[in-house]
Design a protein around this ligand. Structure first.
Ligand code: CU
Length: 648
């Protein structure tokens, strides 16, 4: 065999060079393949049956362009459809154009439809009534104006009328004059009631009529600022009128003007799929919580008034049989906006501490049990990171009979970079309940959505570590994609599959009656760079929990449509032998991760011919009247699809 000649150095260098070029080309050509390989492997992993059985599975919903809205509120109707409310959707252009949106999604048919939305229900409160209608009250009367955009000093003016000669109307643009002649104009038409004579013992006293209105300085600049309480005359009035009718204002400034609340109220009817106007609320409210009471009436709590001021503890009651609101001065109590108020078995409302966005940073933030019979408030101590309850979420853990409320995450008051991974559980059954620590979340979280599942677990998903998805530590964006399932029986979180869409402020997650969870919304303050304004997230995802991949689901053959609290009813099921639990789950009505509707009530089970006999507890505070989803759960924790039942 002829030996190969040794290559020259030049030749060796040349072939090494060629090899390097070829290798570089190969690496370059294959680079996307390598990346694609990692993606493909991830896809392969999350789509494996064994993975889904342990962690569940997410999928993206196809939303036709016409039905993409800014989901600010979401509720599951007893038709199985999801009510998605945007109103103006935190979009000033929509507000000014009077474009208010509501969309219905039907999971059974995978179809969308549009619902006419009469007024701006953006940031209203809501809760389900015993008849299945969703009471929606409050909303947006005016958008905020940032300090940098305020050219003319403005303030709230109280117009007083000391003449007992009946109401007086002043048109928008009416001028009020300060002592030095500085002029201000009213922003809206205003009717001021006449003075009233009132008897106090044997004395008769005159009470002036009064009404409030925004006024803006006629001249731009700081010259019209008034930093102290002062009196103003109404231009054009003379003689006695001029003496009797005048304006009073605490201050007129160029400070930020908060969003103003609205007093409009509706019942949304799931059958006609329309908003039906009820009597107005007594107060205008932006960010109120509506809490159903044991008798089926509703309490509206907290909010900003029409001038963007925190309501100082003014709460009111909806009388469902008369479809009107009445003042509840006997229940004066201060809470921050969107307080989480969970109805307990004894009829008290438990304020978990969770709230969303506005209010005094000290007053009214302490968790406790609110007795509506005497307005007493029993503090529930022991919450770690007690200052971090804003943008937290809380749920009544399943089953409701355990009377345990769990709070998740949250951040410091206002636009703060500080948030917590703390959870805590208050066992409210005893006489002196306290919060005890729960397991930490994997990461600090605000705006975490928490959803009760039929197998007595709680899905926690979405949220961000930073304020509205923004900066946290060295990240410019801080959306959380990790989801986890809390299992009360073990007191631990289990890892769920990752979601693919970040969800922070103005996002929701709710249980569907087919056992899946739908998630939507998110309103980041900034984009990915952290420099430009963010875009509202309109994509929708659906999460299928592990139980949907664990074999055949039990079925319900037949069930009554209406059941009485404290009675036993029969359901037909071919799976009776393997059923271990039955739950009534009250559907969610959620906004700003505040959902005081969802609850899961355990039913006692006894065997019966052709199925099972199920007993509904008789306590109203445990099972408030209304529509529920009935789930049967087998020994493996696999639930049936939910059937709609009305509890009376
Ligand atoms: Cu909001």
């Amino acid at each position: 065999m002829k030996p190969r000649p040794r290559p020259s150095t030049a030749r060796r260098l040349l072939s090494a060079g060629i090899a390097l070029v070829v290798l570089s080309v190969l690496v370059f050509v294959n680079r996307p393949m390598v990346a694609f390989g990692a993606d493909a492997y991830h896809d392969f992993t999350i789509n494996r049956q064994s993975y889904k059985e342990r962690h569940g599975h997410w999928s993206r919903l196809e939303v036709p362009q016409d039905f993409r809205v800014n989901a600010i509120h979401a509720a599951l109707l007893n038709t199985g459809k999801v009510l998605i409310i945007a109103g103006s959707g935190n979009n000033r252009d929509n507000f000014e154009a009077g474009t208010f949106r509501t969309v219905l999604y039907d999971p059974a048919k995978d179809s969308f439809s549009e619902v006419p939305t009469p007024t701006d229900v953006f940031c209203a409160g809501h809760t389900f009534l015993p008849n299945g209608n969703l009471l929606v009250a409050g909303g947006t009367k005016s958008y905020e104006v940032l300090e940098k955009d305020i050219t003319h000093a403005a303030g709230v003016m109280k117009i007083k009328n000391e003449a007992p000669t009946g109401p007086r109307t002043f048109l928008k643009g009416t001028t009020l004059l300060g002592r030095d002649g500085t002029a201000y104009r009213t922003r809206a038409d205003l009717t001021v009631p006449g003075a009233k004579a009132m008897k106090h013992g044997d004395k008769v006293m005159t009470h002036a009529g009064e009404a409030e209105v925004w006024v803006d300085a006629v001249q731009a600049g700081d010259g019209s600022i008034v930093d102290h309480p002062a009196q103003y005359t109404v231009a054009g009035l003379t003689g006695k009128d001029k003496q009797n009718i005048y304006g009073l204002s605490d201050k007129i400034t160029r400070e930020k003007q908060e969003y103003g609340g609205d007093k409009t109220s509706y019942e949304f009817d799931p059958r006609t799929e329309r908003y039906v106007r009820t009597g107005d609320m007594v107060k205008s409210r932006w960010y109120p919580t509506l809490a159903e009471l044991p008798d089926g009436d509703v309490l509206a709590v907290s909010g900003l008034d029409e001038f963007g001021r925190m309501l100082p503890g003014d709460n009111e009651r909806y009388i469902k049989d008369q479809r009107r609101w009445v003042d509840a001065p006997e229940l004066k109590r201060v809470f921050p906006t969107y307080p989480s108020l969970h109805l307990m078995a004894d009829g008290r409302l438990f304020f978990s501490g969770s709230n969303s966005g506005y209010g005094s940073d000290t007053e009214g933030r302490t968790p406790g049990l609110w007795n509506l019979k005497n307005n007493a408030f029993q503090v529930v101590p022991g919450l770690k990171d007690a200052r971090m309850t804003e943008t937290s979420s809380s749920v009544l853990l399943p089953p409701a009979q355990d009377q345990r409320v769990m709070i998740f995450g949250g951040g410091e008051v206002g636009e703060s970079a500080v948030s917590t991974k703390r959870t805590a559980i208050a066992d409210l059954d005893g006489t002196n309940p306290e919060y005890a620590p729960g397991p930490d979340l994997p990461k600090p979280a605000r705006y975490l959505s928490t959803v009760l599942l039929p197998d007595d677990t709680v899905l926690t998903t979405g949220g961000s570590s930073g304020y509205r998805g923004g900066r946290y530590g060295d990240q410019t964006r801080s959306d959380l994609y990790n989801a986890q399932i809390y299992r009360p029986a073990t007191g631990k979180f289990e890892t769920a599959a990752d979601s693919t869409v970040g969800r922070n402020y103005h996002s929701e997650a709710i249980l569907l009656n087919d056992g899946r969870v739908i998630t939507m919304g998110s309103d980041p303050l900034y984009d990915e760079t952290g420099r430009n304004p963010g875009t509202f997230e309109q994509r929708i995802e659906v999460y299928s929990p592990p139980y949907l991949f664990r074999g055949k689901r039990p079925t319900i053959g037949r069930n009554p449509v209406t059941v009485q609290r404290g009675t036993t009813f029969g359901v037909a099921t071919p799976d009776a032998a393997r059923i271990r639990a039955a739950r009534l789950i009250r559907p969610s009505a959620v906004t700003h991760v505040t959902d005081v509707d969802q609850r899961s009530v355990a039913l006692d089970i006894t065997p019966a011919t052709g199925g099972l006999a199920l007993s509904v507890p008789k306590t109203k505070g445990l099972v408030p009247s209304g529509w529920y989803m009935l789930f049967l759960i087998d020994a493996e924790g696999v639930p049936s699809a939910g059937r709609w039942i009305q509890v009376r």
